[in-house]
Design a protein around this ligand. Structure first.
Ligand SMILES: [Zn+2]
Length: 355
């Protein structure tokens, strides 16, 4: 397990949607102000603003729940203030205790997992991979976690509006599932770093002047692989991938430009991406059922690419290694191979997913 943890470096993900009319998000969404994640969201806004300023972006985030004391006048006239709202449904009774149990179960089952040596050469596209692990109790736990994750909508924005809405209840649930160290091998940076990455992703949606071609300073093979992948997507997935790219690009440039001066705390936002991605990878690793393989490789909807695929694409933007495009190509190759298998076509759960 330790080996897996130290070898894998991927990236972070989240789900968000557009909606059409630029109104007060509370009216638009029928939601009310939430308070549980306020402190964390305030910290996240501070982190995201630091990166936006460092990268000379004409956006500044402001928490709707904080009194503002006139800093706005000091902003450049070209800087756009984006209000961040933290919202929840009116009648909402969280049931996170159940998710805590799920994570505890995953941890204890992880200790019981053994690789069946007769099948350790099986690749994900081979039918024999179904026999890889001797503990089959962990698969359903993974399935539960990933199915829960697929229902979460943790942020919303609209290119015509000046706000970002964070969904407090879904953030809490995401934190429960992916904001914890599930293996005990490393320190988990604060969840505010994850929210900061989400905020940058949302600003990516609002900043339509950022183009995928702005990534062309990356090592050529990495850029070419990313561009080809991006070109292959439908309009919605292209936009999600562009917003992911914007967030990763800002963080990468922030890391380079401020490398010498960053404190450990400042550095957490850069570390959060590979650590959180690793957690998603670890979960997916232990469900080799037909549906589990489909969830690992196929997209959960027509609008968002697969979580792991998004991490791989973002990690290529953070990477300076010219050969890292191989991970993206190999993932897409495996996915293509699996999509042609009988089980992927005939399994009901698989056929509900998209590729
Ligand atoms: Zn998005």
């Amino acid at each position: 397990m330790k080996k897996i943890l130290t070898v894998l470096i991927l990236l972070s993900l989240f789900s968000c949607n557009y909606f059409a009319t630029p109104l007060d998000p509370r009216e638009e969404l029928g939601l009310i102000d939430a308070t549980t994640m306020r402190k964390t969201a305030s910290k996240a806004i501070g982190i995201a603003n630091k990166i936006l300023e460092n990268q000379k972006q004409n956006f500044k985030l402001r928490a709707s729940w904080e009194n503002f004391k006139g800093n706005e006048q000091l902003l450049e006239s070209t800087t756009k203030t984006i209000n961040v709202f933290l919202l929840r449904p009116k009648n909402y009774f969280p049931t996170f205790e159940k998710e805590t149990e799920v994570i505890d179960d995953f941890r204890s089952e992880l200790e019981n997992v053994k690789v069946n040596k007769d099948f350790d050469n099986c690749a994900d596209e081979d039918d024999c991979v179904r026999n890889l692990y001797e503990n089959h109790k962990i698969g359903p736990i993974v399935a539960h976690v990933l199915k829960q994750q697929a229902t979460l909508e943790i942020a919303k924005t609209n290119p015509k509006s000046d706000y970002i809405a964070l969904l407090d209840s879904d953030l809490q649930k995401f934190k429960m599932l992916f904001g914890k160290n599930i293996s005990g091998d490393f320190n988990m940076p604060g969840f505010e770093n994850f929210i900061a990455i989400i905020l940058l992703h949302e600003i990516g949606h609002l900043n339509q002047s950022f183009n995928f071609s702005d990534l062309n300073s990356l090592p050529k093979d990495n850029y070419d692989a990313l561009r080809d992948y991006h070109n292959s997507l439908n309009q919605n997935k292209k936009e999600e991938t562009r917003a992911d790219a914007y967030a990763a690009y800002l963080i990468s440039n922030y890391a380079k430009s401020a490398d010498e001066t960053l404190s450990y705390e400042d550095r957490s936002v850069i570390l959060y991406i590979p650590i959180q991605a690793m957690l998603v990878y670890i979960y997916q690793l232990f469900d080799k059922s037909e549906a589990g393989i489909c969830r690992q490789y196929f997209d959960p909807s027509k609008t968002h690419p697969n979580l792991q695929l998004r991490y791989i694409a973002m990690s290529l933007i953070l990477s300076e290694k010219p050969k890292d495009f191989g991970r993206l190509e190999s993932y897409l190759y495996t996915r293509d191979t699996i999509s042609k298998k009988d089980f992927a076509i005939n399994n009901l759960e698989c056929s509900r997913l998209h590729f």
